[in-house]
Design a protein around this ligand. Structure first.
Ligand SMILES: *Cc1c(COP(=O)(O)O)cnc(C)c1O
Length: 459
């Protein structure tokens, strides 16, 4: 049983049917998809834990907000509400809407970066790194050493290593147009950054005269961790913690598909005017007029409401509590999970789960396949398939990453504790007989981002 004493702060008004097709049908789906769960239609998935991005359930207030959409080309009323909400929550005066977080990244980096510029971050998310590199920049990850270890306990494993940041800024004087800080650290398992570390990062940036931009995708979950774990913060309201975090920054990029509780959207918010005109001109070129930025007016309304709802403390207590309880239920069943458990997902260490499988047989992919076959559950591999690269020294072999993880991302407000208990039970069943897991071989792959479309064969 999942020990989550924090019940849902909502009741259900609309339901969406999901179905669990039988085992033979699941086997057939796997075969047709080349054993890659990205290739399976969502109708054939029972519990979908592929991502927490864009998968949130909207509230009745958000749905009714859609009816107040003002689809005027310029100056629509939803924009003004959206802008006002972003000012109030983040305290940042200039707001540029975009249709996804990565467009905010692309706009910023394509406007500000020069070839050879260095961009430090605790850990770049994959779209962030790709957008830095596509604009000629060098993306540097400076998370504290504990942030790279799967089982070292630390309350804020997303923290920036301030000594290395200081050294990096000193070494690359004039070549660092901004420092990024990702809240929570998605690529590091959804681990939070402490307020003290945000203050420290901001101080190092100010010392070197470099702006600090926050990758704010999970800002509310991060603020909740600060309230729960950081000395002296327990009595503060989450919205006050959020205001302080962003008061230490010069701006943020945001994907509203995470803590915006919306299915699509994003924005860029900045304190200083310096970059704003150039950014808006570029926005008009690639997304649209600055009062809609690639979104329908109704979407801006849903995002504005979502940004307010995500800061409700009963919501955050349930949200983070549910993910933690899910991870603890898995750990109690002997499933090796990455600890401490992060804010939006639980990660299984697949090499420890199935020690008989060598990394060359992609143990995390093997577990992902087994979760679908046994339970109709969709997870995602973050390991050798996603990050493996041909080894120039050993033809036919690969350089594999240090970890093979399976991520079970929990969509916001979508699944009940019973759904997650079911996932924990299926996973525990596989763990009881790990030697039944079969490794895989790649039979077809794309030259880049192969994990989306690769086809496999069981060994
Ligand atoms: C999702 C995400 C992004 C990119 O946002 P999209 O809306 O998917 O384009 C950037 N940074 C982090 C940390 C993310 O989680």
């Amino acid at each position: 049983m999942m020990k989550n004493t924090q019940p849902e702060p909502w009741r259900v008004k609309v339901v969406e049917s999901i179905r669990r097709i039988d085992r033979d049908a699941r086997e057939e789906c796997l075969r047709r998809a080349g054993f890659n769960v990205f290739g399976i239609a969502s109708e054939d998935i029972y519990i979908d834990l592929l991502t927490d991005s864009g998968t949130s359930a909207m509230s009745d207030v958000q749905w009714s907000g859609l009816m107040r959409g003002d689809e005027s080309y310029a100056g629509g009323r939803n924009y003004y509400r959206f802008e006002e909400t972003v000012h109030t929550i983040f305290g940042l005066p200039h707001v540029i809407p975009t249709h996804q977080g990565r467009v905010a990244e692309n706009l910023l980096f394509s406007t500000v970066l020069k070839p050879g510029d260095v961009v430090p971050n605790n850990t770049h998310f994959d779209t962030t790194r790709a957008n830095v590199e596509a604009n000629g920049g060098v993306a540097v990850d400076l998370v504290i050493p504990e942030g790279r270890e799967p089982r070292t306990p630390h309350p804020f494993k997303g923290n920036m290593d301030l000594v290395r940041l200081d050294a990096c800024l000193a070494e690359n004087r004039g070549r660092v147009p901004m420092v990024l800080l990702t809240l929570t650290n998605n690529s590091g398992g959804g681990q939070p950054v402490s307020l003290e570390n945000v203050r420290g990062t901001s101080a190092v940036c100010r010392k070197h005269g470099v702006p600090l931009i926050i990758d704010a995708c999970r800002f509310a979950e991060n603020a909740w961790f600060i309230k729960q774990r950081e000395k002296g913060q327990g009595e503060r309201a989450v919205h006050e913690i959020v205001r302080e975090i962003f008061s230490l920054s010069d701006g943020c990029t945001m994907s509203a598909k995470k803590d915006g509780l919306a299915n699509m959207g994003g924005f860029l918010a900045l304190r200083d005017e310096a970059w704003v005109d150039r950014l808006k001109n570029k926005l008009i070129l690639i997304e649209g007029f600055p009062t809609y930025g690639g979104l329908a007016g109704r979407d801006l309304e849903a995002i504005a409401i979502g940004l307010e709802e995500v800061l409700r403390e009963d919501y955050l207590a349930f949200r983070v509590g549910q993910v933690t309880a899910f991870g603890e239920a898995l750990a109690a069943a002997g499933v090796p999970v990455v600890e401490p458990i992060g804010g939006h997902a639980v990660y299984i260490d697949a090499r420890a789960f199935a020690p008989h499988l060598p990394p060359e047989q992609y143990p995390a992919e093997a577990l992902t396949i087994a979760l679908y076959r046994e339970g109709g559950i969709r997870a995602v591999e973050i390991g050798g398939v996603m990050f493996g690269k041909p080894d120039p020294e050993r033809p036919g072999r690969e350089i594999l990453p240090a970890l093979d993880l399976v991520r079970l991302a929990v969509p916001r407000r979508v699944y009940t504790n019973t759904h997650l208990e079911y996932v924990a039970e299926v996973t525990a069943g596989l763990r009881a007989n790990p030697s039944a897991l079969r490794g895989v071989r790649i039979v077809k792959q794309a030259p880049v981002l192969r994990h989306f479309t690769a086809r496999f064969e069981p060994m």
